[in-house]
Design a protein around this ligand. Structure first.
Ligand code: TTP
Ligand code: MN
Ligand code: MN
Ligand code: MN
Length: 369
């Protein structure tokens, strides 16, 4: 006779893009443990190991019930020996040694604090760590030359490490909407990234901008940024121009994972007037710094850009992996290329892209892998 715990959970498909991954799930403690190890691997630039832990975590997020015994996971994909060991230990002892040691390690703490500075990646943080720099204050005392992004990152460190809430994202949405309609009537903006997936907080706010008449979007970002700057909304911005070279029937170069849209990585100055819910800005301050990403896409690529920028990062990776390995196709935020037919496939909606890939449609709220 077997109790409810013994009931086998139906085996899930192995690619995250073949299943729904909701925001709220049933195995938070296990997923948190795996996330620490994933994060540590990523900070140590061990990408493969990071992905393995992320895939294991995402599998657990898709499960319809809480796991109490590791045997319940028999037959599930994505769970390597290492991940299973961690899961077993947490289930049996409440904690996993490796996870606790990692959390407490000076290196992990320092790497998190340093990469928490906007403009600082794992490579730079690691170099500083080995010089004895463990915190943003150490960094300031060190007298290191910082680039413009890093200086802004240090200056607004506290604000940028507070989660951005949906109300603030909406307030920024109104500002971007105003900017866009002032400089190019008819242009439309869409909230993308984590907030489109239904998250209630994020580390930034992401927007995709397009115009229904192909070509009208050219040069749009510069105009939007000028307008925002003139109005005093920008504390920092770095615009990268569109480097997507389109030949007659598609991209001149094969699509890469890093897309080539015109984009702007920025820091907004959001005031109390714009957002009535600024409880988190300290003391007498009437504004807060918020990270905002804006991307412009030509209308013909909008569906691909929307799919590519809605995330999560693991979901995107899984979509591209599915496309290559299961369909001999190359998916990017610009296009879908069919290697067998040797042609680019057009799509006007995310639903069409899933269909072209032979996948059931997963709505944004199910892409929280
Ligand atoms: P993020 O804003 O980094 O992540 P997020 O919105 O999912 O989570 P958070 O709440 O922490 O902000 O990235 C959003 C999506 O944008 C992600 O799916 C990857 C995509 N993206 C690109 O396609 N190209 C890029 O150059 C970058 C930076 C992101
Ligand atoms: Mn985001
Ligand atoms: Mn993020
Ligand atoms: Mn972003």
């Amino acid at each position: 006779l077997c109790g409810a715990d013994e009931l086998a959970v139906v085996s899930l498909p192995s690619y995250a893009c073949q299943r729904h991954t909701p925001l709220l799930h049933h195995n938070t403690v296990l997923i948190d443990a795996l996330s620490i190890l994933a994060e540590n691997a990523e900070l140590s630039e061990n990408e493969g190991r990071g992905v393995a832990f992320r895939r294991a975590g995402a599998l657990l997020k898709s499960l319809p019930q809480e796991i109490r015994r590791v045997e319940q996971l028999r037959g599930q994909p994505c769970l390597g020996d290492h991940s299973l060991r961690v899961i077993k230990e947490v289930l049996e002892d409440g904690v996993c040694c490796e996870v606790e040691t990692t959390k407490e390690s000076r290196q992990f703490k320092a790497m998190k604090a340093l990469t928490g500075i906007f403009g600082v990646g794992a490579k730079t943080a690691d170099r500083w760590f080995r010089e004895g720099i463990h915190t943003p204050s150490d960094l300031q005392r060190s007298g290191h030359n910082l680039n413009r992004a890093q200086r802004a990152g240090v200056q607004y460190y506290d604000d940028l490490n507070q989660p951005v809430r949906k109300a603030e994202a909406d307030a920024i949405g109104l500002i971007v909407e105003k900017a866009v309609s002032e400089v190019l009537p008819g242009a439309k903006i869409t909230l993308i990234g984590g907030f489109r997936r239904g998250k209630e907080t994020g580390h930034d706010v992401d927007f995709l901008i397009t115009h229904p008449e192909e070509g009208r979007e050219e040069g749009l970002m510069a105009k939007v940024v000028s307008w925002l700057e003139a109005q005093g909304f920008l504390l920092y911005h770095k615009t990268t121009r569109n480097s997507y070279l389109e030949s007659k029937d598609g991209p001149a170069r094969p699509p890469s994972n890093m897309d080539r849209f015109e984009r702007c990585f920025s820091i907004f100055r959001l005031t109390r007037e714009e957002s009535s819910m600024l409880s988190q800005c300290s003391g007498s301050r009437s504004w807060m710094a918020v990270r905002v990403d804006m991307v412009v896409s030509p209308y013909s690529q909008f569906a691909f850009a929307l799919l590519g920028w809605t995330g999560s990062k693991l979901f995107e990776r899984e979509l591209r992996r599915w496309a290559v390995h299961e369909r001999a196709m190359t998916l990017s935020s610009h296009t879908l290329y069919d290697s067998t037919k040797r042609q680019y496939l057009r799509a006007n909606s995310e639903e069409e892209i899933f269909a072209l890939l032979g996948l059931e449609y997963i709505p944004p709220c199910g892409r929280n892998a």
